[in-house]
Structure formats: structure tokens, C-alpha cells
Design a binder for this molecule. Structure first.
Ligand SMILES: C[S@@+](CC[C@H](N)C(=O)[O-])C[C@H]1O[C@@H](n2cnc3c(N)ncnc32)[C@H](O)[C@@H]1O
Length: 280
């Protein structure tokens, strides 16, 4: 076989493998950039000491737990409390107090925040702490809900435990540390915070989205998506946001020009945007 033929066999095997994963687990690998999928599968091949996609397809048949390992490899779950200090500084000093004030003046005392791609939950708890801090003595006048979703069920199991390595405690601002119970090696987020956070498995491309939210945090999730998929998800967030709602993206994630009419930049640098009303 010459190189072109070999390349075709290789592509065909990869497509069949991707189909197999979609059929078996409903995990739609076509949503990720192809070179990214290839790199992640290559990592699994290396750790199993395999050389071809066909061998890997057989490994999936003989050990169905391998599907979970593949999902783990694809969805890199790195995260932290108050990740990216400047973003949270702006969010906590301007956006959160603004939302709380508007709600206090209005009739609806419901605050709903969506952490889309929440991984092990640090972002969701950071958001809950930020709002609880701002609400302070007015707590009983609000219904605060953080809807935290991720495609990967295993990270959500960790998130629900709300227990983290003690090394992460220093990433929580001093003022918010009263929300944790500290042990020697780990700390646990108190129930007064966790009771506001609801975790749910949700694939941004396949599942019914969350709706009517004041804020969407979707940070460090877009990086895996193609431009068209980013636009699809931005459109979904626009619909999910209530009037004047905020969208916060990751530092390396830009607003797509195709959607820039729908969102106004509050801070282009920190990737904080506000929903614009539909054009009449
Ligand atoms: C790097 S983590 C980001 C965690 C957190 N948002 C942050 O910025 O620290 C990316 C998360 O996106 C999730 N993810 C990837 N593709 C997804 C999809 N199609 N739908 C929902 N979540 C997805 C992954 O499982 C992973 O937990």
C-alpha cells in the first residue's frame, strides 16, 4: 500500500471508531476538533500499548470500562476556585452587586446562575460564595441557585462531595473561608453554600439546556469546539440568559464575530459580556 492508501485506511478506521463510540455511549466525538480527538485517542493507544484504531475498537469491546477512560481523557477537567483573579475581581466588585441591587429593587428575588462545563465544582462553589457574600444579611429574601452542568458524570460525583485538597484552600479569598470546614489534608464546603448548587450531567450539544439564568459561566470549555460549534453554544447561552444577563467566557475564548451583535462587551479583556435584546 502506498502512503495515500494507508492514509485512507487510517481515516476510515478513525471514522468507524468515532461512530462506534457515538453508538455505544452517545458520546458525540464529532463535536470536538479532529486533531484534538486524534491526540487524545493516541494517548489511550499509548497507555494500552496498542498501535491501530482497529486494535483500540477491539479493546473497547473486551473492556467496556475503557469507554469511561476515553471520556476522561477527552474532557480535561482542570479547574480551580476563583480561577483567574482579575475576572472574579471584576465580577464580584461590579456584576454581582449590580444583580443583587436590581433584584432588591424589583419583584423577583430569584438569582439563577449556570456554570456550564463545571468539572469538579470549584467554579460553581466560587459563584455561590460570591453571591452569598454580596447578599449578606438579605439571604432570606433571595432564592439563589447555581446550576452546574458537565458532560462527564465522574467529575460531578467529585463535585457533589464538595471536599478538596487543602492546597486549594489558599485560592479561596480570605473573606470566603468561613464557608469551609477545614481538616488537616482536605477541606469541605459548608452546607450553607452547597445547598445552593445543583449538579446535573448535560452535554451542551445534545441535551435540553438550562433556561432563564442571570449569568452563564462557560470558561475553558470552548477550546475543544470548532468555530461553528462555539457559535451554536453561544446562541444557546443567548437564549438561556434572561434580559440583560451576563456571559463569562474563559481568558483564551473570544466572542465569535457572528454573535457579537447579540452580546455587548462589559470587559473584552476579562471576556465578560452582556446580553443585548433581540433586534426588532
Ligand atoms: C477545563 S474544564 C473547565 C472547568 C471550569 N469551567 C473552569 O474554567 O475552571 C472543561 C470541562 O468542560 C466539560 N465539557 C467538555 N465538552 C463538553 C460538552 N460538550 N458539554 C458539556 N461539558 C463539556 C469537560 O467535561 C470539562 O469538565
Amino acid at each position: 500500500m502506498d502512503k495515500v492508501e494507508l492514509d485512507q485506511v487510517y481515516r476510515g478506521d478513525l471514522e468507524r471508531l468515532i461512530d462506534k463510540v457515538v453508538q455505544a455511549r452517545g458520546l458525540d466525538l464529532t463535536q470536538y476538533r479532529r486533531p484534538y480527538v486524534e491526540r487524545r485517542i493516541a494517548a489511550r493507544l499509548r497507555s494500552l500499548n496498542l498501535h491501530t484504531y482497529r486494535q483500540y475498537a477491539r479493546a473497547l469491546d473486551s473492556d467496556p470500562d475503557e469507554y469511561a477512560r476515553l471520556l476522561d481523557t477527552l474532557t480535561i477537567n482542570v479547574t480551580d476556585f476563583f480561577r483567574d483573579t482579575p475576572v472574579y475581581e471584576l465580577f464580584r466588585s461590579q456584576i454581582v452587586p449590580g444583580i443583587v441591587d436590581t433584584k432588591l429593587r424589583g419583584r423577583h428575588r430569584m438569582i439563577r446562575v449556570w456554570s456550564a462545563g463545571c468539572a469538579t465544582g470549584e467554579e460553581a462553589y466560587s459563584l455561590a460564595m460570591s453571591f452569598l457574600d454580596a447578599i449578606g444579611d438579605n439571604a432570606s429574601r433571595f432564592v439563589l441557585t447555581i446550576l452546574a452542568t458537565d458532560i462527564d458524570p465522574s467529575v460531578l460525583e467529585t463535585a457533589k462531595l464538595a471536599t478538596y485538597d487543602i492546597a486549594k484552600l489558599s485560592h479561596i479569598p480570605e473573606a470566603d473561608r468561613h464557608f469551609v470546614d477545614e481538616g488537616p489534608a482536605t477541606f469541605t464546603i459548608k452546607r450553607e453554600v452547597t445547598s445552593h448548587v445543583k449538579f446535573r450531567v448535560l452535554d451542551l450539544f445534545r441535551d435540553e439546556p438550562v433556561n432563564v439564568v442571570d449569568v452563564v459561566f462557560c470558561r475553558n470549555v470552548f477550546i475543544y469546539f470548532t468555530r461553528e460549534q462555539q457559535e451554536r453554544v453561544l446562541e444557546l447561552f443567548w437564549k438561556a440568559l434572561s434580559r440583560d444577563g451576563y456571559l463569562v467566557l474563559g481568558r483564551s475564548e473570544k466572542m465569535s464575530p457572528a454573535l457579537s451583535e447579540r452580546f455587548e462587551a462589559v470587559s473584552g479583556r476579562e471576556r465578560i459580556y452582556r446580553k443585548r435584546p433581540p433586534k426588532s
